[in-house]
Design a protein around this ligand. Sequence first.
Ligand code: NAD
Length: 501
Amino acid sequence: MSEINRNPEIKYTQLFINNEWLNSENGNTFETINPTTEQSIARIQSADNRDIDKAVKAARLAFKRGSVWRTIDASERGRLLYRLSDLIDRDADYLAELTTLDTGAVYMSVSQSIVRVVKIIRYYAGWSDKFHGKTVPADNDNGRQNKLLAITRLEPIGVCGQILTWNTPLFSLAGKLGPALATGNVVVVKPAEQSTLAILYVASLILEAGFPAGVVNIVPGSGQTAGRALAEHMDVDKVFFNGSTRVGRLVQLAVGQSNGKSLSLETGSKSPLIIFPDTDIDSAVLEAHQTTFNNQGQTCCKPGLIYVHESIYNKFVDKSVELANKSIVLGNPYDSLTNFGPLIDGRQYEKVMSMIETGVREGARLLTGGKRWGTQGYYIEPTVFADIEDSHAIAREEIFGPVQCILKFSTIDEVIDRANNSDYGLNAGVFTDDINKALVVASELQVGKVAINMHRSFRVQMPFGGCKQSGFGRVFGKDCLREYLNVKSVIVKINDKNLLE
Ligand code: NAD
C-alpha cells in the first residue's frame, strides 16, 4: 500500500454543471471544516436558485429527444458506468484521503467502503441493458382473440434531483448515480455541505469517463437554499432524498407545493437488534458493538435499540462495556491503529451530547463514555447505556452518534410489540440459533430489512429502504431500478382485415 497523504490536494471546489466547472452566480461560498482539527480545509462555491436552475436546464437539454444520451445504446450507458467505476478504483486512495480529511471517517474503513462503491456502480452498469417491460395478455374489446399486442415499456423518469447526507458520501452517491444513469435518467446532485470534496472529485471522473454534458450535474450548497430549490423546482421530475426525517418532511411539502414530482425518501431510523439466549453471546456482543460504533455511530442502519433476553442481560451488558473500553482506539483517523474518529461537525457533536445528557437525566444507567475526548476535534467517547425504559427519549429518538442503548426483554411477543412500537422502520437484526423463531420475528417486524445472526448486512444485490418515518422507496438491488422508471403501456390493435378478406 502506498503511503497515505494526510494533506491531499484539493482540486475542485466549484459547481459542476454541463461538464464545466463554474462559480456560483452570486459568488457565495461556504467553508468546509476538518472535523479532526476543527480547522478550515477550503471554501466551496455555494449554489442558489439560479445555479440550480442552470443545472436543471443542462440536465433537461441532455434528456431532450434526439440527444446523445437519449439515443445511445443502453449497453453504452453501461460501458460509461463501467469506465466510471474503473476510474474510481484507480483513484481510490486519493478519494479515501479526501473523505477522511473532510468527514473524519477512519481511513481504513473509508478505503473498504470505496471497494463497495466500485461494486455498486459495476452492479448497475450491468443492469443498463437488462431491464425490460412485459407482453400482457390484455382482453379484446370484441371478444375476438389474438387481435391485440399489449406491451409495457420501462422508461426513464427524466431529470432526477438527488439530495444527499454526509455520513457515507461516496457510498450514498454511488447508490443514487448507478441506478439513475443505468436506466437512462439525468441527474442534479446536491451533496451535503459537510462532505462535498470527494463527490466533486468524482465529478471530474464523470468528465473523464466521457458522459455527455448535462447528464450529471453536481451542485454543492446549503440545504435551505440549494436543496430546497431542487425539491421545489417545477422542471425536476423526481427527487431522491437522503437525510433526516425532519428535512424529509420539508422535502415532501416542497414536492406537494410545486409540481408533485415523484419522490423517494431515505430518512431516520432507530433499528432494533434482538438477542435471544440461544445464541453465541460473544458473536452477538461483537456484532452489536461493531455496528453501533462503526463510523462513530453515524450510520443509518446501526442498532439504535439492543433488546437482550433477561437471562443473558447482565452478561451481555458487562461484555459490551468491556469491549467498548478495550477495543476502541480514538485518534487521528489517518493512523492505522485508530478505529474511531471525530463526529462530522460541531452541530452533530452538540446533538449527541444533548441526547447523552437527556439519557442520564431520565435515569438510564450510563456505564462508560458520555464525555468529550481530547481537546481538539469533535470526538465523543464510545458510550454505553443500560436499564433504559421504553418511554425514555434515548429509546425513542434516533442518536446519530456513538451511543449504545441496551434494554431487557422477557418474551418473544413482548419484544416484537416493543420493537414495532416505534416511529421508524428501516432495518432490524435478530440473534438466535432457532431458525423458526428467527423467521417468525423477521416476518412480524415492521421494517424494510431483517438480518439474522448479524445486523449490518449491506449487499448491493439486496434492496434497502424503510417504512413508517424511515421513508419509502428502495436503494440497491433490482428493486431500486423501479425508483427511476415509469411504466408505459403500449397497446396495438393488429389490423388483420386484409389478411382475412
Ligand atoms: P439533513 O436532513 O440535515 O440533511 C440532508 C440533506 O438535506 C443535506 O444535503 C442538506 O443540505 C439537505 N437539506 C437541508 N434542508 C433542506 C431543505 N429544506 N430542503 C431540501 N434539502 C435540504 O441530514 P442530517 O440530519 O445531518 O443527516 C443524518 C440523517 O440522515 C439521520 O437521520 C440518518 O438516519 C439519515 N440517513 C438515512 C439513511 C437511510 O438509508 N435511511 C442513510 C443515511 C443517513
